[in-house]
Write a protein that binds this ligand. Structure first.
Ligand SMILES: [Zn+2]
Length: 276
């Protein structure tokens, strides 16, 4: 009985940590999946209580692998891992919670999902737990999957400018919520330098938010619509992202990038691919 062994070990004055391996069961989203050696894969997983986890899945690329196609990016899983002495955990079991199958048939949704996973992996790359970030990522993937399904049913010949603006707005709203979870939400209620509540005309990454006319040195202009988009996106659910045109979204993206560069030294890929 493992419990008795542990108790005996502890009683004998042996440190529990000397038990060199243990099983970990967790939910996870596959952020990245890279080929490794003959038939293995290295995975980046995002979990609710262990943050980002690196794992190796052995023999997964063999046709008869018991994991099937489950260890691909964007799968949400119940996963079993074996934690040994190495940096990577070993995958010992996986059950699908959601494979997001519709998303996989839509190039735009797939691209958006890859950018969402990349942003989470870069901003939350440690084992620090952020269950809110895990939930946010799951909601964003579910939403992309649902909308890919809708687009397929409507048999749209291709994405219109409107739907690609909606996609970019959704991606930026997601990033703003990630900033909030990382403790980096930009100050939007008053000038981030002096506290002035009126005449907020710019955005400064260094100051960490909107700035007034007197403090605008080192800032870039921020339209009222862009300011409102950020406040609304932070206050609303991901299913209820405000609409905005390309120039406004461009300013929002720049504000997010400036915040991340100054305060997290992180640079993300563009929020959305070029409209095709
Ligand atoms: Zn000011």
């Amino acid at each position: 009985m493992p419990g008795a062994t542990l108790a005996a070990a502890a009683g004998a004055g042996v440190r529990i940590e000397s038990v060199s391996s243990r099983a970990v069961k967790t939910e996870a989203v596959v952020l990245r999946s890279m080929r490794y050696a003959e038939a293995d894969r290295i995975l980046h997983l995002y979990t609710p209580h262990r943050g980002r986890v690196g794992a190796i899945a052995k023999g997964v690329r063999r046709t008869r692998s018991r994991f099937g196609g489950r260890l691909e990016p964007f799968f949400r899983l119940h996963i079993e891992l074996h934690e040994g002495r190495g940096e990577l955990l070993t995958v010992t079991g996986a059950q699908t919670i959601d494979g997001h199958a519709r998303l996989r048939g839509d190039a735009h949704a797939l691209d958006a999902a890859a950018r969402a996973c990349d942003a989470v992996g870069r901003l939350f790359e440690t084992s620090e737990p952020h269950p809110g970030v895990f939930n946010l990522l799951c909601r964003q993937l579910a939403l992309l999957d649902e909308r890919a399904g809708e687009a397929a049913r409507a048999a749209e010949p291709g994405p219109s400018g409107q739907s690609s603006a909606r996609g970019r707005a959704g991606a930026l709203a997601f990033r703003l919520k990630l900033l909030l979870a990382a403790g980096l939400a930009p100050q939007l209620g008053a000038c981030a330098s002096c506290g002035e509540r009126e005449h907020l005309v710019g955005f400064s990454g260094a100051a960490g938010g909107v700035v007034c006319g007197a403090c605008e040195a080192g800032s870039f202009p921020l339209a009222e619509e862009a300011h409102r988009f950020m406040a609304d996106a932070l206050g609303r659910a991901l299913t209820d992202v405000p609409e905005a045109g390309a120039p406004v979204l461009g300013q929002v993206e720049r504000a997010i990038a400036a915040t991340l560069e100054h305060h997290a030294h992180v640079r993300l890929m563009p929020a959305a691919g070029r409209a095709r």
